[in-house]
Design a protein around this ligand. Structure first.
Ligand SMILES: Nc1nc2c(ncn2[C@@H]2O[C@H](COP(=O)(O)OP(=O)(O)OP(=O)(O)O)[C@@H](O)[C@H]2O)c(=O)[nH]1
Ligand SMILES: [Mg+2]
Length: 163
């Protein structure tokens, strides 16, 4: 099971839709905040993958869903650096959870169509990613993405489907 988490409005639902079907999403597509959790199926070749989004609104109970999770996509809104410290606190809490010590992590810098390159660097600095990557047990991959342009889609698909 792939878990998709991140603060409210960071772009999880739209990104999952874009990954499922790139033609389904453009700048006119709208979403509603995920109340609780939502499971999406992803068919790649003849293999079916399940992605479970946990809405940012239920962050206090995310850990109820950490059983049997092999991969975690953590989505951060790169265009909203005001939210970055909240994102950081949530990310650190998830990384130290005992059930996720063997999970693989993908840090998704979302909404890149709406961000400057410098904001991506700033986000990584504010999260202290360089230091964090050395200190954690988990393997953390970083990808820049946009649900609007489809940037990062191939990389995310590759990460989901690889062992
Ligand atoms: N410009 C731009 N806007 C985006 C992108 N992804 C999402 N949005 C917008 O951001 C808002 C929130 O997107 P959602 O995908 O619903 O966010 P979420 O992370 O699922 O939020 P919760 O379910 O509340 O946790 C919506 O208005 C989206 O249209 C993106 O890549 N680029
Ligand atoms: Mg959502």
């Amino acid at each position: 099971m792939v878990l998709c988490i991140g603060p409210k409005g960071s772009g999880k639902t739209l990104l999952i839709r874009k990954i499922q079907n790139p033609l389904d999403v453009d700048e006119t597509t709208s979403t509603v905040p995920t109340m609780g959790t939502n499971i999406s199926n992803l068919l790649v070749g003849d293999k079916l993958y399940e992605i479970r989004e946990l809405g940012g609104g239920i962050a206090p109970i995310w850990s109820k869903y950490f059983q049997n999770v092999g991969k975690v996509m953590f989505v951060i809104d790169t265009s909203n650096l005001c939210q970055i410290s909240e994102a950081g606190v949530l990310l650190y809490t998830v990384l130290v959870h005992p059930l996720l010590q063997r999970a693989k992590f993908l840090l998704v810098l979302s909404k890149m169509d709406h961000s400057y390159r410098q904001m991506r660097n700033e986000a990584l600095l504010m999260l202290q990613m360089k230091r964090l990557q050395k200190e954690i047990k988990q393997k953390m991959t970083i990808v820049e993405a946009s649900a609007i342009t489809g940037e990062g889609r191939e990389e995310i698909l590759k990460w989901i489907t690889e062992n």
